[in-house]
Structures are given as structure tokens and as C-alpha cells.
Design a protein around this ligand. Structure first.
Ligand SMILES: Nc1nc2c(c(=O)[nH]1)N[C@H]1C(S)=C(S)[C@@H](COP(=O)(O)O)O[C@H]1N2
Ligand SMILES: [Mo]
Length: 384
């Protein structure tokens, strides 16, 4: 199938680390974390003079400095940011061709983000009565970066529900730091949104404007991209019929991948006929943390429970509410040994999260190759 979405102009930087490097550390180092850009990087933005606006359905529109954000209580969130197109390569090779960057399994990073809560920032401006519904907040919060021309639009933007933004438990922050250091320009300096559990596209970098509004963002990257179009949308022309009726993606699904052994490699069994297997797993949206990862070396007939690692903590961290809360948005790294027959073989993985979401055997094909979460798989192994 021909690609309908050829990019024009300068190709922005999009890169992912190889899986071995990614699995090497629980907290993904800033230099390892994937980069996903729809535009070139901005030149240095001076954090002392940069201002951004809070507008829309607020009592008092504001223009804020970074110093105003530093003056608010700071909140740290350990969270896995992932591009909606992570694992696209597997969707394209296992099901059929899709349009989009050929991400393998590395468009994901587990980092500590720090900054004020978005709800505290919005409270500075005061929310208008019109967004106060009977059962909670109505409307949306739009994040916009105005400075940079994107491939498909004049600027970058996206939104999340105001209810999510205002819910303390949802941990939505305006991040000033990543892994204990000021944000780098690549990752959104001086300030970016971080929306845990939601596709990375909403964690807008280089923020210029936050607007409270009744409607979802009408931005290209909210309305004409990052949607799980139905399978009937087989090409760009057919997709036109479905963009408006398909909701934008929001929460990411429960997922896991087998990182080691790599697909297509030769592995040697130990004296018991077992091989070492490692990978990562993430929970669905707000339903974390991951509580179980199962691995199979016999095509899913039998499953072995993997040992979970939450950054030096084992699964006993899941026993208390505080423990679970501390890794709710995070990934776990997992490892185990499984028995595999000699010859050609494969290993499979499937994750379950705290709410009981189980990673499905099959993934749904969708034109833009987003949201793939079929069982993790390392195929075409030569087992000796
Ligand atoms: N301003 C702006 N913000 C953006 C993007 C962008 O192109 N421009 N890309 C988004 C997407 S699609 C993802 S997955 C994440 C990637 O964040 P990272 O580059 O820090 O890993 O940023 C999001 N925020
Ligand atoms: Mo993304």
C-alpha cells in the first residue's frame, strides 16, 4: 500500500533508543528517552522572559512567567510517556501496512516529571461558572505551542477533558523538570504539559497557551491524527469519512513487549532447557499499576509469571495503597526464564493491570498504526 502521508519540508527529529538500552534502567535517562516532533526544535527559549497565557473560560485571563509556576507547590510524578504509535512496526509487519513513522518498541520513556499541578495553575485564573457542571467539570483544556510551524498545521495543539485536568488524582502537571534537572529543549523547555496515562501527543512541549473551552481542541493533531480509525478506513480517501465520527485517542491501553531475546536472533538454552526473557509492561490509562506479566515459550499453551521490577522494588510494592500509587503511571521491567523447544520458536508476553485489564491476543489494525497492544512477541528465534 502506498503511503498517503508523505511528510514535506524539513524532517523533524524522531528517534527511539534500542530496546537493550531502554531496558537497562528503570528511570529512563534524558538522553535515552525517545524524541517525537512534528516540527523543528525551537531555538533556546529564555525561561526568565518566556510568558504563556491562560485564556478562555476563566474569570481572569493571565500571562504567566516560569517564576509564577515555581512559586506554586511542586509535585513529582513518575510516569511513562509513550507515543501512540509505539509498536507500529509490529502492527505493520504482523497485520498490514500502516501510515506513520516506523516506531519499534522504544517510543516510550519512564521518567520523573516535576512542576505545579495544572489544577493549581488554573485556580490562579479561576474557572468560569459555565464549566461547572452538575456532576463535575465540563469542557476541555487546550494546550498550544504557537512558536513552531508543524508538518501538517501552523502550530501544535491538543486537549484533555477539564475533569481530568482538575482531578488531583490524575496528576496532570506543567512540568519544569525531567529526572531532577530543568527540562531540555528537546523535551519541551521551559514548560510542557505532562498528562499521565494518556498518549504523549497531549503532553504539549514549549507551551505558549492554555485555553479552557467547551469543545475539544479543533487542532489537526487532535482531529485529523491520533485516532483509532475503524478498519474500513483503508486509505487517506476512505479515512475522510471517519475522522469526524471517531473520537480522539486518550488513555493508552495495557501493554507489554518482549525486549530480550530480540526477534530473529539465536538463543542458547540452559541445562534445564530454559532461556532468559525480559521486557517492559504498562497499565491502561488510570488503571495502573501493572500487577502481572505472563510469558509463554509454547505459543500460549502454558504461561509463567514473570518477576516484576518497579525500580528496585519487587511486587510487594503492590500490597499497599501508597505503594501502588507511587507506580500507578509507571512501567515495570520484568524478567523470567521460560522453557522453549529447540529449533525455531517464539516467546509471548501479556500484562494485566490493577483494574484487571488484560492485554489481548490480537491488536486492531488502524490506518495510522496507533494504539497497538497485541501480546508482546519475539518471533523467528533459533533456539539451540
Ligand atoms: N509542541 C509540541 N509538543 C509535542 C509534540 C510536538 O511535535 N510539538 N509531539 C507530541 C508527541 S506526538 C509526543 S509522543 C510527545 C513526545 O515527547 P518527547 O519528545 O519529549 O519524548 O510530545 C508531544 N508534544
Ligand atoms: Mo506521539
Amino acid at each position: 500500500m502506498a503511503k498517503d502521508y508523505e511528510y514535506t519540508g524539513e524532517e523533524p527529529e524522531n528517534r527511539e533508543p534500542n530496546i537493550a538500552e531502554l531496558l537497562d534502567s528503570y528511570i529512563t535517562p534524558v538522553s535515552t528517552a525517545y524524541d517525537r516532533n512534528h516540527s523543528e526544535y525551537p531555538e533556546h527559549i529564555d525561561p526568565n522572559t518566556h510568558t504563556f497565557a491562560i485564556t478562555g473560560l476563566v474569570q481572569k485571563p493571565l500571562s504567566l512567567h516560569i517564576a509564577d509556576l515555581r512559586a506554586l507547590p511542586q509535585h513529582s510524578v513518575l510516569c511513562c510517556l509513550q507515543c501512540a504509535g509505539n509498536r507500529r512496526h509490529t502492527m505493520r509487519t504482523k497485520i498490514k501496512e500502516v501510515n506513520g513513522i516506523d516506531w519499534f518498541d522504544g517510543a516510550i520513556a519512564n521518567c520523573v516529571w516535576r512542576g505545579p499541578r495544572l489544577c493549581d495553575v488554573l485556580s490562579l485564573a479561576g474557572l468560569d461558572d459555565s464549566v461547572r457542571g452538575e456532576k463535575g467539570w465540563v469542557g476541555h483544556v487546550e494546550f498550544v505551542c504557537d512558536g513552531m510551524k508543524c508538518q501538517d498545521a501552523a502550530n501544535y495543539g491538543g486537549s484533555v477533558a477539564l475533569e481530568r485536568a482538575m482531578c488531583e488524582d490524575a496528576d496532570v502537571i506543567l512540568a519544569l523538570e525531567m529526572n531532577g534537572a530543568p527540562l531540555t529543549i528537546k523535551h519541551g523547555a521551559p514548560v510542557r504539559a505532562v498528562v499521565p496515562g494518556v498518549l504523549g501527543a497531549r503532553s504539549v512541549k514549549w507551551l505558549d497557551r492554555i485555553t479552557v473551552q467547551m469543545h475539544e481542541s479543533r487542532h489537526f493533531y487532535q482531529q485529523r491524527d491520533y485516532k483509532m480509525l475503524p478498519p474500513e478506513a483503508v486509505d487517506a480517501k476512505e479515512a475522510e469519512k471517519f475522522w469526524d465520527s471517531t473520537p480522539p485517542m486518550n488513555d493508552m491501553p495495557v501493554n507489554s513487549v518482549v525486549g530480550i531475546p530480540r526477534q530473529g536472533t539465536t538463543v542458547r538454552r540452559d541445562e534445564n532447557g530454559m532461556i532468559d526473557v525480559r521486557g517492559y509492561a504498562v497499565p491502561a490509562g488510570m488503571d495502573g499499576p501493572v500487577v502481572k506479566v505472563e510469558v509463554s515459550g509454547d505459543d500460549g499453551r502454558t504461561w509463567t509469571e514473570a518477576v516484576l521490577d518497579f525500580g528496585g522494588n519487587d511486587c510487594s510494592i503492590l500490597d499497599s495503597e501508597d505503594g501502588r500509587k507511587s507506580v500507578r503511571w509507571a512501567w515495570c521491567l520484568w524478567r523470567t526464564k521460560v522453557r522453549v523447544a529447540k529449533g525455531s520458536g517464539r516467546v509471548l508476553s501479556r500484562a494485566t493491570d490493577f483494574k484487571g485489564n488484560l492485554q489481548p491476543r490480537e491488536g486492531q489494525w488502524t490506518l495510522r498504526g496507533v494504539g497497538y497492544n497485541a501480546w508482546g512477541e519475539s518471533a523467528d528465534l533459533t533456539v539451540i
